[in-house]
Design a protein around this ligand. Sequence first.
Ligand code: ADP
Ligand code: GN1
Ligand code: MG
Length: 359
Amino acid sequence: MKTSSLVVIAQNFLQNSVIEQIKPFGNGHINDTYLVSLKNEKEEYILQKINTTIFLDAEGLAKNHLLIQNHLKKEKKGAIELAEIIPDTIGNYIFRTKENEAWRMTSRIKEAYSIDLVEHNWQATEAGRAYGWFINALEGIDTSKLSEAIPNFHKLSFRIDQLNQAIDENRAKRKEDVSDLLDFYKKREKQLVEIEEHVENKEIPIRITHNDTKINNVLFRNTKAAAVIDLDTVGPGIIFYDFGDALRTIANKANEDEKDISLVKINLDAYSNFSKGFLPQVKKVLSAKEKELIHLAPILMTYIMGIRFLADYLNGDIYYKIKYPEHNLVRTKVQMQLISEFEANKNELITIIHQYIHD
Ligand code: ADP
Ligand code: GN1
Ligand code: MG
């Protein structure tokens, strides 16, 4: 994108400021994110082009953001920040260009940074504290006012249907490369889909959850979690989604897209430290069924992401941003290996979790 047109777009939100620089920022897979700095002003801003093939209702996202922002202002303890959404000149929270692109601006969380890999135990504990705080803080929000950005987002049976469709269509003619992966995922399908039955019969309750708790959606300041960002998917969900998806990136010693699969190893210390930060905050609300099955949450979420990357590879890379043709294949292989690691350490992981959910 040309900087000149970015400046024009940014100026719609910051009419009284002189823009000094706009540069690409962060490692998100969905939206286009830019950091905006100003002349003679310390405040910085985040400008994002919303991916409207994925998020069909950008204005709905902004409404959700405002609702969450206003609700959390009342929540004092924990002091985890959110990025404030900023209106444009005429008071809209989404600026539409002539081409109907959807842009939004938020405040940059001051002196904060994100990480893609956990290197210190405190990072895992702090991420757990932040995401656990977030779930508690969302309690009491009027759910009828919160629109579901992507329906069935973490519904496994829906994701399996999408994978099956991708296999049938074989659009990118890649099916033959992935038969081992398909066997691996097929074998685990039944046990994980059973979790849905417990949701349907309400043994596992629906709450408001973040639904995209990878490690780079927590921002740190010095050695503390400062903010939870990327609120696009906040909506109805189960605690397993947030606990599990966070551990998918936190308890992996390698990156989500590590090409050397031998480096994909479980980080037990990070698993334990995240659990220590997260579980004590939610244990009082966990049902008996949740306590019984929560150790499956990291496998469930790693599985869901694994088959989503795989389906996207089969579809010819139409959903996630990729940097090279095999990127989604690498990502799904990493998820597969991490699931094997979780399985191989099952008893130890259950022991860790029990330590934090039982008195
Ligand atoms: P995506 O949906 O594409 O993942 P995010 O909203 O997560 O987009 O933003 C991508 C990255 O940009 C984040 O991982 C983070 O590093 C950075 N970022 C986004 N918003 C902020 C913010 N308000 N303050 C500081 N950094 C941010
Ligand atoms: C996407 O937006 P980002 O990069 O934080 C995806 C998540 C996946 C993640 C995998 C809306 O998250 O569901 O877990 O990539 N978000 C959407 O890295 O699909
Ligand atoms: Mg993100």
